[in-house]
Design a protein. Structure first.
Length: 220
């Protein structure tokens, strides 16, 4: 595994409901802090909290994250402010790790399994193992901060969706499935108009500094 000093995650994944959510990219520590502060500074001021108190910051970030997971369709939530909340929650969760230069490269925020419910924020080390198919497909690009995401718990689940007919709600898995026989664990894609007016897709695979294959599917 590649070793480096890390103060920010490359990717924060939010699996809000089973198989669906967001994948947010952060290109540098400054980009990550900028996103987190967009949420944290107004929230601290509104709550009249002490910005220097780690416990108060953590409570604020977790509270708003829980509000989002409780009602993700609620008016007022949009891609950008959810990205800010995610950055703030992850920064507070891994504050000590970041100070030590050991921030996880990929972090996932998801619902806890079992009857107790709740949310867990954890180091998603499985995304560095690259099983050969995408664990997450993200509609967006890294330089623009990512976007909505589809998650797959198994190769069979991915292949089932990939072999289906594309529609307005889900089209990236089908395109990636038809283009590639093997991929890293995360693939991003955005629509890209062709020269003759037709519509294509620009894809980018994320390997997170680890060895991974991107193998095009043979025609025929």
């Amino acid at each position: 595994m590649a070793k480096s000093t890390r103060r920010h995650p490359d990717l924060v994944l939010l699996q809000v409901v089973e198989g669906e959510g967001f994948g947010f990219t952060y290109l540098s520590p400054e980009d990550f802090d900028y996103a987190a502060d967009h949420f944290m500074l107004p929230a601290v001021k509104f709550a009249e909290a002490d910005v220097s108190d780690p416990e108060q910051r953590r409570e604020l970030a977790y509270d708003f994250l829980w509000r989002y997971f409780s009602k993700p369709q609620r008016k007022g939530y949009f891609r950008e402010n959810v990205r800010w909340i995610a950055a703030a929650a992850v920064r507070e969760k891994f504050f000590k790790e970041a100070e030590a230069g050991k921030m996880p490269r990929v972090v996932i925020i998801e619902r806890k399994s079992g009857e107790d419910g709740g949310i867990v924020i954890r180091d998603a080390r499985e995304y560095l193992d690259h099983p050969g198919y995408p664990l997450a497909l993200i509609v967006g690009k890294a330089s623009a901060g990512g976007g909505s995401a589809h998650f797959f718990a198994s190769r069979a689940a991915y292949e089932k969706v990939g072999a289906s007919t594309p529609n307005q709600e889900m089209w990236l898995p089908q395109i990636v499935f038809r283009l590639y026989a093997e991929t890293p664990s995360v693939v991003m894609g955005i629509p890209k108009p062709g020269k003759k007016g037709d519509m294509g897709v620009e894809c980018m695979a994320l390997a997170f500094g680890e060895r991974a294959k991107l193998v095009e599917r043979k025609a025929g």
